[in-house]
Write a protein that binds this ligand. Sequence first.
Ligand SMILES: C[S@@+](CC[C@H](N)C(=O)[O-])C[C@H]1O[C@@H](n2cnc3c(N)ncnc32)[C@H](O)[C@@H]1O
Length: 289
Amino acid sequence: MTSIDSGVVIDGHRYSGVEVFQVSEQTRELREQVRERYAEAAVRASTGAAASCCGGGCNSEVPDLTGGLYDAAARSSLPAEAVLASLGCGNPVAVAELREGETVLDLGSGGGIDVLLSARRVGPAGRVYGLDMTEEMLALAQANAQQAGAANVDFLKGHIEAIPLPANRVDVIISNCVINLSVDKPAVFAEMFRVLKPGGRLGISDVVAEDQLTVAERAERGEYTACIAGALSFAEYRSGLAEAGFTDIEITPTHEAAENMHSAIVRADKPAGRLTGVVGPAARVRRAG
Ligand SMILES: C[S@@+](CC[C@H](N)C(=O)[O-])C[C@H]1O[C@@H](n2cnc3c(N)ncnc32)[C@H](O)[C@@H]1O
């Protein structure tokens, strides 16, 4: 396990997240609100309280999005703090059908529940990266990984819009209720495509709106930081992934998150022949040392 500040060494180069993701003042403010909310949730979880901010708990008017999708066996095999910090809206580890030896990236890894579950599935020959922008979450995730004795995990500090990993690196990207929080979703889709190996796949849980809902109607149903107002519609999600180059896109609703809004499973593939050049988006990642 590596520390969040040291980045990660791959093929002899050290990759670390850098603030290269240019945003407007308004967008920066929104992202800061998201960071603050999840920093608070991490602190709550580390003191033994349930940290359900992307769902009920911090605010009783916020719907519970998790749908109870982790079974008892999975929950009991993890540190209590990792379970308490779970803020997702599904179970992407089950969706992604992980195999021994695979390299996995969890976007917005929070307290690390899906990283730890993935680490078990891929075994010692595999590797799991957890990426998050919130220091408090990363600290909690590292403590949880240590307690769980997970040796095949690395936590990275950075933004999902500028992933601090080289191109064509990971077999599978998972994410649990995070992409709706992004202030630049096309950048996230492009970055997911870049870091996946040709033939790689997505197994994501996220909140998705029915196509008829306007952006204003989505905002009426819940806050941006509570994973509702920033949700894409089914059509927007599909076209965003297709524009980034993904194929075999499937978006399947699982349970209601708010009126006409759903927790959903998103699956898609990077075509086998599509090696992404390391020049371009990868140049946004600093190779140090
Ligand atoms: C709703 S929580 C989900 C956490 C975790 N996936 C889970 O299932 O428990 C969202 C997480 O995504 C992180 N996050 C939100 N926006 C992000 C961004 N643009 N880049 C990196 N991390 C982000 C937050 O810090 C938080 O830990």
